[in-house]
Design a protein around this ligand. Structure first.
Ligand code: TEU
Ligand code: CA
Length: 557
């Protein structure tokens, strides 16, 4: 458990790693101001050690006005005073390393915050100035009309007025101006940031919106910007003005040189939503970032056919890039799996409408369709245990190991996500998966002595770490057993499919390690003996695999 001592210094330590995402503001609050902090994280290192993870990834903890939960960065090389100090950061890294847990931080290179000193300088400077060239300023079409009718990810225009008929571009909120990656100052400054954190002991980087850095437009080119309809009709890739252009590769080739200055080399994982995503393997090559998230598995829902297809594809892209595959079911942007899987399965072959279903479910404040809590948890446990048996690295999001559900009925007055404010009636946003974790059944469920920045529902107590700790059947103890066994059984990164009924996926790994998942609600007969079962996500009797359940077998027994 944790990275084995013999692999700690190896350049390949990350290939089969289990990485746990911490959303710092919502993890643990040591000083009682209602906001999670670095000292809180450090105090929970023993818990994370007991979970059996190899690394943590911290979402942004940098100084920020929190216009987007910290993804609006004021200063890339410091800690938000509400979250701690650089000394706290160093102490946290030391505590993780003493437990042989590696540390990833989040790098947000597409945009900074509008309070960043360089952006403030750009606003104060004249059009055409070197200060403005670090961002994407462009002249409007006259009469206050923006340069184009493009819509930002969180809603509203991508263009914000900057005076004198000039506008600046923001892919997300107006408080998040996009950097101009064609500018040398910008490129150099990010290399400084990468070295800064690597020198503070950071082992890896999660790269936010990795596919959007290189834009195909600037202050005066192309002379006419495409319309929103034209932009949306262009496939993501070389010809798209915003996403997944070929020129991003060269940026990451430069980052790779910095990673390789260190021993072992620093690692990185690209965050990119670009499904279907054969081009993603580019980001995972050894000359680029080295790993990429394949959210295709999130879009696969709870379906044998779709999961099978995605597993084959993702393993193929892993081979193609010379990287390891990555598996991820949840993060701070998506509805928690225990809730998603408690909603009716959306069956459609090519375009999976699950995200739309989730969005509408959130809009109804979690009432329509009603959530089947037991089924959701059963399916989430089964699919996570199946993914944990695959070759490659596994990314977990805090609370997933508790089987925590989405808080779908947060009062509007408590919401923080800009999506909620910028697209009224269309989206309630992502706060429901960011509610501070339940540790105990006491006040604020043990999050901290001073309340919580988002309200916790009463039912959180059932999911508390202290409650699950003493229950051998709990989801927490299931994850602990799975991660421990995975470490023991993980050998060569090979996998073979075993013939199975339509609703069943059955794999075998080297050493006689098998995993079988039954997606159907009804049991299937399967030839195995009780002593071959090393892990089960539900109650099993020999020879019968229950519905919506995963089994790990050791057939050499
Ligand atoms: O998310 C990137 C992204 O594309 C998101 O818009 C995602 O599709 C959306 O959250 C789904 O609702 C990253 C971060 O993970 C996210 O938290 C940030 O808000 C975003 O970048 C901007 O930094
Ligand atoms: Ca605090």
């Amino acid at each position: 458990m944790a990275v084995p001592a013999a692999e700690w210094g190896s350049p390949a330590w990350w290939r089969e790693a289990v990485v746990y995402q911490i959303y710092p503001r919502s993890f643990a609050d040591a000083n009682g101001d209602g906001i999670g902090d670095l000292a809180g994280i450090t105090s929970r290192v023993p818990y994370l050690e007991s979970l059996g993870i190899d690394a943590v990834w911290l979402s942004p903890f940098y100084p920020s006005a929190l216009a987007d939960g910290g993804y609006d960065v004021d200063d890339y090389r410091d800690v938000d005073p509400r979250i701690g100090t650089m000394a706290d950061f160093d102490a946290m890294v030391a505590a993780f390393h003493a437990a042989r847990i590696k540390v990833f931080v989040d790098i947000v290179p597409n945009h900074c915050s509008n309070r960043h000193p360089w952006f403030q300088a750009a606003l104060a400077a004249a059009p055409g100035s070197p200060e403005r060239d670090r961002f994407l300023f462009r002249r409007g079409l006259g009469d206050g009309r923006p340069p184009s009718d493009w819509r930002a990810v969180f809603g509203g225009s991508t263009w914000e007025p900057a005076g004198d008929d000039w506008f600046y571009f923001h892919l997300f909120a107006p408080e998040q101006p996009d950097w101009n990656w064609a500018n040398d100052d910008v490129r150099a400054d990010f290399l400084t940031t990468l070295r800064f954190w690597a020198n503070h002991g950071v082992d890896g980087f999660r790269v936010d919106v990795a596919m959007a850095l290189a834009k195909g437009f600037g202050a005066d080119f192309p002379a006419r910007l495409p319309t929103r309809a034209e932009l949306e009709a262009t496939p993501i890739g070389p010809d798209h003005l915003l996403y997944d252009r070929d020129d991003v590769d060269e940026i990451y080739a430069g980052w790779r040189q910095v990673f390789d200055e260190y021993d072992p080399p620093r690692v990185a994982v690209a965050e990119l939503w670009a499904e279907p995503s054969p081009r993603k393997a580019r980001y995972a090559t050894p000359r680029s970032l080295g790993q990429a998230f394949y959210f295709d598995i999130v879009h696969a829902g709870f379906s044998a056919r779709r999961v099978r297809r995605v597993v084959d594809e993702v393993l193929g892209w892993g081979r193609e890039s010379g990287s390891a595959s990555t598996w991820v079911l949840s993060n701070h942007d998506i509805v928690r799996p225990a809730s998603r899987f408690g909603l009716p399965v959306v069956e459609s072959d090519e375009t999976f409408a699950g995200e739309d279903r989730d969005r509408r479910w959130l809009l109804s404040r979690g009432t329509t369709p009603p959530e089947d809590v037991e089924q959701g948890l059963r399916r989430a446990r089964a699919l996570s245990a199946f993914l944990a048996a695959l070759p490659g690295s596994l990314y977990l999001y805090q609370g997933e190991e508790l089987g925590l559900r989405e808080v779908a009925d947060l009062p509007d007055a408590a919401r923080q996500d800009p999506t909620f404010f910028r697209s009224p009636g269309e989206s309630v946003g992502r706060d429901g998966c960011r509610v501070p974790l339940p540790w105990t059944t006491g006040p604020s469920f043990g999050f901290g002595p001073g309340g919580t920045h988002l309200p916790q529902p009463d039912w959180f107590g059932e999911y508390a770490v202290a409650v699950q700790d003493v229950d051998p059947q709990s989801t927490l103890n299931l994850y602990r057993r799975a991660l421990k066994l995975r470490h023991e059984l993980q050998g060569a990164a090979e996998l073979a499919w075993v013939d199975a009924p339509a609703e069943v996926l059955h794999i075998v790994r080297p050493g006689g390690w098998e995993a079988v998942i039954n997606f159907a609600p009804t049991p299937v007969a399967l030839p195995f003996t009780a002593d071959q079962v090393v892990l089960a996500t539900g109650e099993v009797t020999a020879g019968l695999l229950p519905g919506e359940t995963t089994l790990w077998l050791l057939t050499t027994r």
